[in-house]
Design a protein around this ligand. Structure first.
Ligand SMILES: Cc1cc2nc3c(=O)[nH]c(=O)nc-3n(C[C@H](O)[C@H](O)[C@H](O)COP(=O)(O)OP(=O)(O)OC[C@H]3O[C@@H](n4cnc5c(N)ncnc54)[C@H](O)[C@@H]3O)c2cc1C
Length: 478
């Protein structure tokens, strides 16, 4: 039975960065993943399923913290920003700013190579099956190695970076800190193809070689959105996400039997520019489906002996479902905290609690507000979305919301006098209510507990506000 300072489970984005940060912090690190080295970071049998778009400020954070620089080929294409279109394509808002569409297999390989260069030991083809628990503390993991032998490995700290379906999180004892499951209402079923194509004319609402495009449309992508992200050459990452209840309501109201799979095919046909397309199956990564959470990250990311980072902790942005950035931030912070705990010989919950506070300061303290907005958005049909993007908010207010900041709604409030139609007026009132809830949630997060002892009360406040929002707005795609 080997003993390590830190076991990092999962060599995706969060895990490889956590292993790098922990090893640079002086810890003896074991990085485990089920994939062979040549397929490192692959999420499922379907490949590295992702839209692969990430804002530059996130890659800059990694360069600043760990000294890793990125370039082609792992950064496949630089983009100026992300445009979100209204269902009628009449209105668009620019979000995020400069960023990249990644070559995900190359990116993952670069991250694991860096972890190994920093001193982490990478063991591939290892299936993590659960945590070893001793006296309500995680003291290691058990699983099967390459030879399928049952193995137990001990460590002072375990970092869970196993992604959305994490076997470690789900097998923790029932506890007050980490939720073991995510509600299906907070999950998007998503899928995407990587395709080469011939452009049929130029129409930047359907394909833009310099920008990532998002199409809000409750018929095409109920409860989610479709995306067309350009890659180098005439290649796109094209896909969409749906929310289960929204899809069911949409199907029953329209008397249809669509599934995620049929909707993706329909979305690709709907696109007027992408013609003569062919699956680009490089790295066996052409077509795949997987889940993304769209809620705030778990209220605590810490359990005795255990830190969670990335999708295992529901970190993707509740509005955009972008999870690469938060997985990077959390990976670095979790690795650094684990190394500090080992160096100080203090792996107590009180000591590692600072990871919760650090993540909230750098990223997490706005995501509850974003979750509230996402719930509101899913209650809007296409007509309301069209009208809302035209009349309710300005582009800068929409951008504020996308970062969880509170827009003033000054310009829009002047429109209350001229809004037409009772449904539109009610939807605007809903927006004003949502913004007030966002403000309240941001205030609660400003007072994120300094110690585990204050956590229960604080968590109750968040839960109550979110329950109110979810009671008020129900999915209503059609
Ligand atoms: C279709 C789709 C589109 C998306 N588009 C975007 C986008 O454009 N931009 C963006 O920012 N985010 C996007 N996301 C989200 C983003 O992909 C994730 O947030 C990101 O991959 C999270 O990284 P991670 O390291 O936490 O987890 P993962 O990438 O899931 O890595 C987990 C690792 O753990 C391994 N593993 C899992 N279980 C075990 C086990 N039991 N034993 C051993 N190893 C195991 C996996 O093989 C994998 O290597 C998208 C997601 C989907 C599904």
């Amino acid at each position: 039975m080997d003993n390590y300072d830190v076991i990092v489970a999962g060599a995706g984005i969060a895990g490889s960065l956590a292993a790098t940060a922990a090893a640079k912090g002086g810890a003896k690190v074991l990085l485990l993943d089920r994939n062979d080295y040549k397929e490192v970071g692959k999420k499922t049998n379907w490949g590295w399923v992702c839209g692969d778009a990430v804002a530059k400020n996130h890659t800059d954070f990694i360069t600043k913290e760990l000294g890793i620089t990125f370039d082609y080929p792992e950064l496949d294409l630089k983009v100026d920003g992300v445009y979100a279109f209204s269902p009628d394509l009449e209105h668009k808002f620019m979000f995020e700013g400069e960023g990249y569409v990644l070559n995900r297999p190359r990116f993952a390989k670069k991250l694991v190579d860096t972890a190994v260069k920093s001193g982490a030991i990478y063991e591939s083809k290892f299936e993590v099956e659960g945590p070893i628990i001793d006296d309500n503390k995680v003291v290691g993991i058990f699983g099967r190695n390459e030879k399928k032998e049952q193995v137990r490995i001990n460590a002072k700290m375990v970092v869970d970076a196993l992604g959305v379906a994490s076997m470690l999180r789900r097998k923790l004892p029932q506890n007050n800190y980490i939720e073991r499951d995510v509600s299906t209402d907070d999950i998007e079923s998503t899928g995407r193809y990587i395709m080469s194509f011939e452009s049929k004319g130029e129409d930047l609402t359907y394909y833009d070689p310099k920008n990532a495009l998002i199409h809000l449309n409750q018929i095409l992508a109920p409860g989610g959105y479709g995306w067309v992200f350009p890659k180098k050459g005439n290649i796109v990452n094209i896909g969409l996400g749906v929310e289960k209840k929204s899809l069911e309501i949409r199907n029953s109201k329209l008397n249809k039997k669509d599934t995620l799979h049929t909707l993706i095919d329909e979305y690709i046909r709907w696109n007027k520019v992408i013609e003569q397309k062919e699956l680009d199956n490089t790295d066996n990564n052409g077509k795949g489906y997987w889940s993304v959470t769209v809620r705030r990250q778990f209220d605590s990311l810490v359990y005795p002996g255990y830190l969670g980072a990335g999708d295992s902790m529901a970190m993707p942005n509740p509005i955009s479902a972008g999870g690469i950035g938060p997985a990077m931030t959390a990976g670095v912070l979790a690795g650094q905290t684990a190394a500090e705990a080992v160096a100080e010989n203090n792996t107590s919950l009180e000591f590692v609690w600072k990871y919760n506070r650090r993540f909230n300061e750098l990223y997490g303290n706005k995501t509850a507000a974003m979750e509230a907005f996402r719930v509101y958005l899913q209650s809007m049909n296409n007509d309301l979305l069209n009208y809302g993007m035209a009349h309710f908010i300005t582009e800068s207010e929409a951008v504020d919301i996308s970062y969880g900041r509170i827009p003033e709604l000054t310009l829009a409030s002047t429109f209350t006098k001229i809004l037409h139609g009772i449904a539109n007026i009610n939807a605007f009132r809903g927006l004003v209510y949502t913004v007030s809830k966002m403000k309240r949630l941001n205030e609660i997060y400003k007072n994120y507990p300094q110690t585990p002892g204050e956590f229960s009360n604080w968590k109750g406040l968040v839960k109550a506000e979110m329950a109110e929002v979810k009671e008020k707005f129900k999915p209503n795609p059609v």
